[in-house]
Design a protein around this ligand. Structure first.
Ligand code: DX5
Ligand code: ZN
Length: 229
């Protein structure tokens, strides 16, 4: 039920292929793929070419987190590049409903991302178009930041909305958390309602660079914490 999604933002890009293979072999569930445009967020990362290049390496879902504005132009490119899940920030789209539809029409699962100050109301009229709700527990743009504690209350509120929707529709929406997730706070975050956990620096910062099994123990530790919930 709980999914671990290491963010490749913190991987060693000189050997990205190995980094992805190793993290999946160590038990990760999703590959979290952070796309930044130096416009919506003050950083610049990777695009559809890299998504396409890593696609053959794994069966694991590629979870594309768009931190770009505008969003619609790039959605079909990521779908063609093999993305499975595409999420975007509502502030970055002029037409949230249309962008969500475009993602589904492209054959991917769709989600909205909420910055720390973004109200959850953005989801209210589009629940049927959502497969994932992603709450940012840091301001987007960089890995290695500290988890913002008020996100726990926001997670509980998001979970209540998702539970109410499941009651009436029978359909479950995933509740993903992104930013500052570590072994020492993942259980508390799960108790607040998250069921998918992005972890960048916590996973890719672990172990010695030369050891292909260096992610085994951190992923096992994250799962052990989740087993206590
Ligand atoms: C931040 C990104 C995150 C980031 C998380 O804008 O969306 O996915 O990589 O990194 P950590 O886990 O180090 O906070
Ligand atoms: Zn992310």
């Amino acid at each position: 039920m709980y999914l671990i999604a290491p963010s490749i933002l913190s991987a060693n890009f000189t050997k990205l292929g190995e980094e992805i293979t190793n993290v999946i072999d160590s038990g990760a569930d999703w590959i979290h793929f952070d796309v930044m445009d130096n416009h919506y967020v003050p950083n610049l990362t990777i695009g559809p070419m890299i998504c396409e290049a890593i696609r053959p390496l794994t069966q694991a879902p590629i979870d594309v987190h768009l931190m770009v504005k505008p969003v619609d132009r790039i959605i079909p490119d990521f779908a063609k590049a093999g993305a499975n899940i595409i999420t975007f920030h509502p502030e970055a789209s002029e037409h949230v409903d249309r962008s969500l539809s475009l993602i589904r029409e492209s054959g991917c699962q769709a989600g909205l991302v909420f910055n720390p100050a973004t109200p959850l109301e953005y989801m209210d009229y589009v629940m049927d178009r959502l497969d994932v709700v992603l709450l940012m527990s840091v301001n987007p743009g960089f890995g290695g930041q500290k988890f913002i504690p008020s996100t726990l209350a926001k997670l509980r509120a998001a979970k209540a909305k998702i539970d109410a929707y499941e009651q009436e529709s029978g359909r479950r929406i995933r509740l993903e958390i992104d930013g500052g997730v570590k072994v020492d706070n993942i259980a508390e975050i799960a108790r607040a309602g998250a069921d998918a956990f992005v972890a960048g620096s916590a996973v890719y910062g672990a172990g010695k660079d030369s050891d292909p099994h260096r992610y085994d123990s951190v992923i096992a530790a994250l799962r052990a914490e989740l087993a206590k919930v």
